[in-house]
Write a protein that binds this ligand. Structure first.
Ligand SMILES: O=C(O)[C@@H](CO)OP(=O)(O)O
Ligand SMILES: [Mn+2]
Ligand SMILES: [Mn+2]
Length: 559
């Protein structure tokens, strides 16, 4: 479809009126699971979300938010914000980065593309550096892909390889970093046997080193830069497995926040700084937490921190992380082409749009929602508001986060009468859930519920409509479970706290005094998922969704 005015024109919905204010509320990390003590949402006082549930089955239901429903490679893949908000915003299911990388590695096409050829130009004289998250979580990266890439790079001529590994503990159990590093070390040893000088060069915990997002805290990127590029870090080790084991023993240490370290030789010299003539690949496929590093690696003009030394390198991302900024300019695998999103359609049909969250989730309701595209479609019709997040803390310390500020700004936007759609992400269940602190997560869920209350009250005042849903599970289950669904105990008989997302379905509720009588959830879409939501709210704005969108979840029955 072209971009001429007519191509963007949406058909009128045969029954539903235009002009209602529609609030689309996304609770981040808010799934539906059995009620028990590890279900922070169940334990928390959440009267508003509880009352919405009473509207089942006509006004409340569950939808899928993981696996195939959001374009992930398998049904065992938990949902995440990128794929979740992509599906919510785009109304269709796209094969996501994880899947596209799998395919490119399996077919070998990854080695034929421009991106790989570009980094390969350095193989003769320089070092290939691989930077990214060492994890099998499948949210930002996958270890098996890194293993294949290492092997493939060596087969295609890389003679010297350095890995800069970020430890996870957020998409996988805390402490699993040791095993992942051992696996990597084994692979590197095999490469060394084949004559490739392959080693780990640096490391650090993802939340403290490198993987910040939406420019919340540039110090995080700087810590990574110092270790990866300059070869400088407060901790020096000869062996990366030992590094992780030792650093995990420090007070309050965990995989997510592990201190940065470099691997040094017998003379105490870093074994892998990034130098002129080297090649660099950031191997995460997911965008948000790689964009800041990509800017530091690629931009000549850069003032976020003092880079001290800017090596002349050939840099490629696993994917291109930002289609609008064309960042990075070189990449190994083309990202999903998420076009014609609901946001763009609605704006081109004159729907005035407001989007809001706090920094740590701001890009979720803008960048991810719009198909990994930054900026406005039409500045005159859109306003995106970012509430600054706290930085330098773990969110269990302040589980309220900025939920109430987000809700207040959204309430004001609704009452201003200036917008037809207001769209928010309330982060608490997810961000606090990731800390594994159950008590704080219960508090977080309570505040998220208060935020929803404030927005629903404003919608009531203007006679509007609400759609309340979530992007994937997290807070509803805080413990690792065995196949029977019971808490899985570790060797010492302790429960294992689950910091990650889940494969649980998420709720969706519709309502508000502006909702036309007779609107209810259809019964013939029992397997509906996040991608069905866009057509649903397009209907509530008075439009039919484009014909290739996943079907709407609602029907209008004549009373
Ligand atoms: O924090 C993140 O990067 C991911 C988990 O790795 O969470 P979300 O998908 O909710 O943003
Ligand atoms: Mn999320
Ligand atoms: Mn999350």
């Amino acid at each position: 479809m072209g971009s001429s005015g007519d191509a963007w024109k949406l058909k009128d919905h045969p029954k539903l009126p235009k002009g209602k204010t529609v609030a689309v509320i996304v609770l981040d990390g808010w799934g539906e699971a059995k009620p028990n003590e590890f279900n922070a949402i169940h334990v928390a006082d959440t009267p508003v979300m509880d009352s919405l549930k009473e509207g089942a089955p006509e006004k409340w239901r569950l939808i899928k938010a993981h696996g195939y429903a959001v374009g992930l490679p398998t049904e065992d893949d938990m949902g995440n914000s990128e794929v979740g908000h992509n599906a919510l915003g785009a109304g269709r299911i796209f094969a996501q980065g994880a899947k596209l990388v799998d395919l490119a590695l399996a077919s070998g096409k990854i080695y034929e593309g421009e991106g790989f050829k570009y980094v390969k130009e350095c193989f003769e004289k320089g070092t290939l550096h691989l930077i990214g998250l060492l994890s099998d979580g499948g949210v930002h990266s996958r270890l098996d892909q890194v293993q294949l890439l290492l092997k493939g790079a060596a087969e295609h001529g890389a003679k010297r390889i350095r890995v800069h590994a970020l430890t996870d503990g957020r998409d996988v159990l805390d402490g699993s970093s040791v095993g992942f590093m051992e696996t990597l070390e084994n692979d590197l040893a095999k490469l060394r046997e084949q004559g490739v000088d392959a080693r780990v060069a640096s490391g650090g915990g993802r939340m403290y080193v490198t993987m910040d997002r939406y420019e919340n805290d540039w110090d995080v990127i700087k810590r990574g830069w110092d270790a990866q590029v300059l070869g400088e870090a407060p901790h020096k080790f000869k062996d990366p497995v030992e590094a992780i084991k030792k650093l995990r023993q420090e007070p309050n240490a965990n995989d997510q926040y592990l201190a940065p370290f470099v691997i040094v030789d017998d003379n105490g010299k870093s074994v892998g700084p990034i130098l002129d003539g080297d090649a660099v690949v950031t191997f995460n496929f997911r965008a948000d937490r790689m964009v800041m590093l990509a800017k530091a690696l690629e931009y000549a003009d850069f003032d976020k921190f003092d880079r001290v030394r800017v090596p002349k390198i050939h840099y490629a991302g696993m994917l291109q992380y930002d289609g609008e900024l064309k960042l990075p300019s070189k990449y190994l695998v083309s990202p999903p082409e998420i076009d014609r999103t609901s946001g763009e359609y609605l704006v081109r049909n004159g729907v005035r749009t407001f989007a809001c969250s706090e920094t740590v989730k701001f890009g979720h309701v803008t960048f991810f929602w719009n198909g990994n595209r930054s900026g406005y479609f039409d500045e005159k019709l859109e306003e995106y508001v970012e509430i600054p997040s706290d930085s330098g803390i773990t969110f269990n310390v302040k589980p309220k986060m900025k939920a109430l500020e987000i809700a207040e700004r959204t309430r004001d936007a609704i009452l201003s009468g200036k917008f037809d759609q207001v769209r928010v992400n309330i982060p608490n269940g997810d961000m606090v859930g990731h800390t594994g602190d159950i008590k704080a997560t219960i508090e977080a869920c309570k505040v998220a519920d208060l935020g929803v209350k404030m927005i629903l009250e404003a919608i009531e005042q203007v006679g509007g409509i609400y759609v309340v849903t979530a992007d994937h599970g997290n807070a509803e289950d805080m413990v690792k479970r065995n196949k029977m669904g019971e808490p899985a105990l570790d060797k010492s008989g302790n429960i294992q706290i689950l910091t990650s997302h889940t494969c649980e379905p998420v709720p969706i509720a519709i309502g508000g005094s502006g909702l036309a009588p007779g609107v209810r959830f259809r019964k013939d879409l029992p397997t509906g998922g996040l991608a069905n939501v866009a057509a649903t709210f397009m209907n509530l704005h008075g439009y039919e969704a484009p014909s290739d969108y996943e079907p709407t979840l609602i029907e209008v029955v004549d009373n």
